[in-house]
Design a binder for this molecule. Structure first.
Ligand code: FAD
Ligand code: SF4
Ligand code: SF4
Length: 508
């Protein structure tokens, strides 16, 4: 099959590679962007889904152990100290697996990924260091049949892990181990070029970079020199569109379905961060634990205010002058969040940005695509007001198994101005639907979208829209107050027409 010919997720495709293999047959159930199913995949991988009332699990997923580590003998040329590559090497040397799915680089370009099924330690070592672009890892599944590979270690990022988990029972493997890395803000190869050109003093010589816990991007150049740039000095207006749409709609930052996760975001500067999710993850860790220097996770600082300020600044696409970015960077580095609080800062910032992006670009997907853990995190913040782009009501019905959710996307402009990006309701209470209401309720100024009697702040001329909560469960209640207003008549008629097609209600 020619690469890239089938992509049912369309613009949201992260090029995970599943569709370049015969397992494309499972794409509708397996693709992370068509079918969001964290709860069942977590259960499949770990025997249970995360406990949303436990703050650590809410943020970092199911875990048995979490700690910080460095290889005592760092691996030359690795992204950090090389725990991931060393683990892949040991898995082959100690005959735990027959092959390791990892990502080498194209012979022509350091940043173009080339996934392989490595059969020797040398092939695993050749895959060390990040290729910071979308990689179609799962395309190499096509090589499995007839290869003799029965036990596989797959190294990859969250969207790849989700699709892999969804098809794992059909791969004909006896053992599958998944070593995951956290991942966020990935880009296409062209997007990477824009990023490097707008950020580094010498884009053509960059061989390695990482967003680090000191709130700076660290670049390494081919002559061995280093360069650091404060996050706060990034050219936000230019970079707003650089990240791949898949990554702007992704909530799998911490690779929820991997057995073992190796990243850096929850560790102090220059340390790696490990999350053992289950016993298979511990078995992987056993391969290298004796070679590690370790320390417990730590957490300090307060992220919430910084996250909220970041949401507002990002929305306005503010760019600080370099000198000010440096000053802010130094201050934040000194007093800002560290360790697990840094990881939570980063998760909050990315989830709120991605929920906003999804609401603007794919409103019909928001309720289904936002997992419960992300809903809970995002609802702690005030998201940007929707922009007044449209003047005609526009109804997008979406159906999920247990509900009918209508998103009415509209802006009224006239005598009184009410700007409403969406109204959602269904005939059965549903957490995803309730969240949609809560999110939009916030934008309308409701303090608590699910409160039975929410306080309401309206624009001058007050429009008596009633409780979003009742809108979510009693469609008639949602209609009647809307119908009382002349400027709402048209929207009401459309809503009623759509509603009555979906379910029967005495007032519809
Ligand atoms: C695209 C990307 C984004 C990341 N973002 C974060 C982040 O935001 N926060 C965080 O804590 N950690 C992130 N990580 C993980 C982190 O940067 C390190 O990769 C991880 O800590 C392992 O370091 P190491 O020295 O042990 O890896 P190494 O020993 O150098 O091994 C790196 C491994 O990465 C694999 N790899 C390389 N490129 C890709 C790719 N494009 N897709 C899938 N696999 C690849 C290779 O197969 C190799 O096995 C990201 C990783 C990638 C690939
Ligand atoms: S993300 Fe993967 S499974 Fe989904 S459309 Fe793209 S290649 Fe196919
Ligand atoms: S940010 Fe998400 S969608 Fe993008 S490459 Fe990483 S895991 Fe995949």
């Amino acid at each position: 099959m020619a690469r890239g010919t089938v992509r049912p997720a369309k613009d949201l495709c992260s090029d995970c590679g599943l569709c370049d293999s015969r397992w494309v047959a499972y794409v509708r159930q397996a693709c992370a962007f068509i079918h969001q199913q964290f709860e069942s995949l977590e259960r499949k991988a770990h025997g249970r889904s995360r406990d949303l009332d436990n703050e650590d699990e809410l943020y970092f997923g199911v875990s048995e152990r979490m700690f910080c580590a460095q290889l005592q003998q760092p691996l030359e040329g690795a992204q950090w100290t090389g725990i991931v590559s060393t683990l892949g090497v040991r898995a082959l040397e100690q005959n735990l697996v027959d092959a390791v799915l990892c990502v080498q680089q194209s012979p022509d370009d350091r940043f173009t990924p080339m996934p392989v099924l490595a059969r020797t330690p040398q092939e695993v070592l050749a895959a060390r260091v990040n290729k910071p672009t979308l990689s179609n890892n799962l395309s190499v599944l096509e090589q499995l049949p007839g290869s003799g590979i029965k036990r596989l270690l797959a190294i990859g990022v969250g969207c790849q892990t989700q699709a892999l988990r969804a098809v794992q029972d059909s791969l004909g493997l006896e053992e599958l181990y998944v070593l995951g890395m956290p991942c966020v803000d990935n880009v296409s190869r062209e997007g990477l070029q824009t990023f490097l050109e707008s950020t580094s003093r010498s884009p053509e010589t960059v061989v390695h970079y990482e967003f680090m816990q000191d709130f700076r991007i660290h670049f390494r150049h081919s002559d061995g020199s280093t360069e650091t740039v404060p996050f706060f000095g990034l050219d936000t207006p230019k970079l707003k569109d650089v990240f791949a749409p898949s990554c702007l709609s992704c909530f799998d930052y911490v690779n929820a379905c991997a057995d073992l996760v190796v990243g850096y975001m929850g560790a102090p500067f220059q340390w790696q961060w490990l999350v053992v999710r289950n016993q298979r993850g511990q078995k992987l860790l056993d391969l290298v634990e004796a070679e590690l220097k370790t320390q417990p996770v730590m957490s300090s600082g307060q992220r919430a205010q910084a996250v909220q300020q970041g949401i507002d600044a990002y929305d306005k696409a503010l760019r600080l002058p370099r000198w000010l970015a440096e000053v802010v960077g130094v201050v934040v580095q000194r007093v800002g969040p560290k360790g697990l609080e840094y990881a939570r800062f980063s998760i909050d910032s990315h989830f709120t940005r991605n929920a906003t992006w999804l609401r603007r670009h794919h409103p019909e997907k928001l309720a289904q695509h936002l997992p419960a853990f992300a809903q809970k995190i995002v609802s702690r913040y005030r998201l940007p007001q929707p922009s007044a782009k449209r003047s005609m009501p526009h109804i997008i019905p979406t159906k999920a198994a247990s509900k009918t959710l209508f998103v009415i996307d509209m802006v009224w402009n006239g005598g009184t101005t009410i700007e409403t990006e969406a109204l959602a309701w269904s005939d059965t209470p549903d957490p995803a639907n309730e969240f949609a209401c809560k999110l939009w309720g916030q934008q309308w100024g409701f303090e608590h979208g699910l409160d039975p009697a929410p306080t309401m702040r309206t624009t001058p001329g007050e429009v008596p829209v009633r409780s979003i909560a009742s809108a979510s469960t009693h469609c008639a209640e949602a209609h009647s107050p809307l119908a009382e207003r002349p400027q709402c008549v048209q929207a009401h008629a459309l809503a009623r027409a759509a509603c009555s097609g979906a379910h029967t209600h005495s007032k519809c």
